[in-house]
Design a protein around this ligand. Structure first.
Ligand code: SF4
Length: 502
């Protein structure tokens, strides 16, 4: 797959390769003709590409997947997602229909499909190492496939499906008539004759089973033709999940290659902490009084995760490591300087002597700001503040720990108590939060509380037309929560040039 620099491999190491590695090093070559625009990614690529293409194609695909993930976190409708993603796909990963070329599958179509094919497999390598990465990758790839499938030319789509050889059992007419009542009742169709049904193992269509859209009998789900998309997507996800498992087992063999591993690690790290919705400095409000002494007053603008950390800090004059890290990075993100941050923690940790504080805690604060340690990329900048996605999915808090997201990590009772203690006492809002949390829509619960706490101000900027709809998009980052809250509560007082512009 790569242009391989044979001279780089020590002959002794080559001789020491075991038979599995030899198999890995000599892939079976299968020429791809890319007859279809869509791809189930069943056959790995084996042609040579350059190292630059390897990296650039993967980065381009990652951009598309990150944007899709952002749309889903922002709860955008399918139509809004389609409008958002279409130009991004066109720019980074175009995939044209056969009908766009008058001369068959020409070079342009082949190159587009090749890039799509290779970039999928490169990211598969990068994102197969942990269960969390595998799950996210499969979910986003399925979203991308769904989007492309729906956009595809009807004739080409049919040809693609036929080529997949799914071997789904068509329900014979006799059986269809025998089950007619059940089939009509579960689907809500009026007439039996107009529809064909497939029989598949019920666990192949979990989405349909969950919404009771299919009739079940003897372990089989009876799926109407018009639900074909669900079946194809379920099949796509299942095959990809299996392939990712398989790739994760093969991954250690890649250790032989000291050029690919750094690229793959870099890609997966960016995906793990990626936040395409937040860039450095975005959460701060220039000119606002952000000092060690003002954090107490500013905490009214903090989202519940940071509010909780602040409350716990004031109560116990201490926070454990991950709580300190989450809170320090957030404070850095709102614009607290390193000196003020050290002062803030020093004053907060009342029970410690200067020596204890300096030896146990000060280094980590400086490290978060990039003042010490870290690799050269991070020096001077440190680490970015955590996004909701990272807080929600990384490292759940254990006993005595206070980091994480209360909507995700608190019991419902404790969450209600915390919300009421910070003044959220509207019964409708609390009921809505409970419902969001029960559906694992944690950031939606957080946005619900934000909208309630700022409803007068939101109405004002809407009525006056001073903020656009995108200024009020669903919040997916604690620092965006802070900035938006601060600006809304200080309308007219904050200089115009720092008001929301994105
Ligand atoms: Fe914090 Fe995000 Fe959770 Fe809100 S949803 S509390 S901002 S982690």
């Amino acid at each position: 797959m790569m242009q391989y620099d044979k001279a780089r491999i020590d002959p002794k190491r080559r001789a020491g390769l075991d038979y599995k590695k030899k198999q890995f090093a000599s892939p079976n070559y299968k020429q791809q003709d890319y007859a279809h625009r869509l791809n189930f990614y069943e056959v790995p690529p084996t042609e040579e590409i350059t190292l630059e293409q390897f990296e650039q194609w993967a980065i381009d695909r990652l951009r598309v997947l990150s944007e899709l993930e952002t749309c889903s976190y922002r709860n955008k409708t399918p139509a809004e997602t389609a409008a958002h993603i279409a130009p991004i796909l066109q720019k980074f990963l175009p995939l044209s229909a056969n009908t766009s070329s008058s001369s068959g599958i020409d070079e342009r179509l082949k190159n587009e499909r090749k890039k799509d094919h290779y970039s999928h497999f490169i990211l598969r390598l990068a994102f197969s190492s942990t269960e969390d990465l595998r799950r996210r990758f499969a979910r986003l790839e399925t979203m991308l496939f769904r989007f492309r499938f729906q956009q595809d030319d009807g004739k080409e789509r049919r040809a693609f499906i036929e080529n997949l050889n799914f071997h789904w059992d068509i329900v014979p007419e006799e059986e269809k008539r025998e089950l007619s009542e059940d089939l009509l009742a579960t689907t809500g169709f009026k007439r039996l004759e107009d529809e064909s049904w497939f029989k598949v193992d019920w666990d192949k269509v979990p989405e349909l089973v969950e919404r009771r859209g299919v009739f079940l009998r003897k372990g089989k789900a009876y799926v109407p033709m018009r639900e074909q998309l669900s079946m194809i997507l379920a099949e796509f996800t299942a095959r990809l999940e299996r392939a990712l498992e398989f790739t994760s087992r093969a991954l250690p063999r890649l250790d032989e290659d000291d050029r690919l591993m750094p690229i793959l690690e870099h890609l997966s790290h960016n995906f793990g902490t990626s936040d395409s919705t937040y860039s450095e400095g975005e959460g701060s409000v220039p000119g606002a009084p952000i000092t060690a002494a003002s954090v107490d007053a500013l905490s009214q603008h903090f989202p519940l995760c940071m509010r909780n950390l602040h409350i716990q800090l004031r109560k116990n004059a201490h926070l454990k490591h991950f709580g300190r890290l989450q809170y320090t990075l957030f404070l850095k993100g709102i614009g607290l300087t390193l000196d003020d941050c050290i002062l803030f923690w020093r004053q907060s940790f009342r029970g410690f002597t200067d020596d204890e504080f300096n030896s146990k805690y000060k280094y980590n604060i400086r490290h978060s700001y990039g003042d010490v340690g870290g690799d050269s990329n991070r020096r001077g900048r440190g680490y970015p503040p955590y996004s909701c996605q990272k807080i929600l999915t990384d490292n759940s808090p254990g006993a005595g720990q206070t980091h994480g997201c209360p909507y995700r990590h608190f019991s419902v009772d404790n969450l209600m108590t915390l919300l009421q203690s910070v003044g959220v006492n509207d019964k409708e809002v609390l009921r809505g939060v409970k419902e969001d949390v029960s559906k694992t829509r944690f950031h939606i619960a957080c946005n619900r509380v934000f909208e309630w706490s700022h409803k007068a101000e939101i109405k004002k900027v809407r009525d006056e037309g001073t903020w656009s709809q995108s200024d009020l998009d669903t919040i997916v980052h604690p620092n965006t929560y802070f900035k938006r809250s601060y600006l809304l509560k200080n309308l007219g007082k904050v200089p115009k040039d720092v008001e929301m512009t994105t």
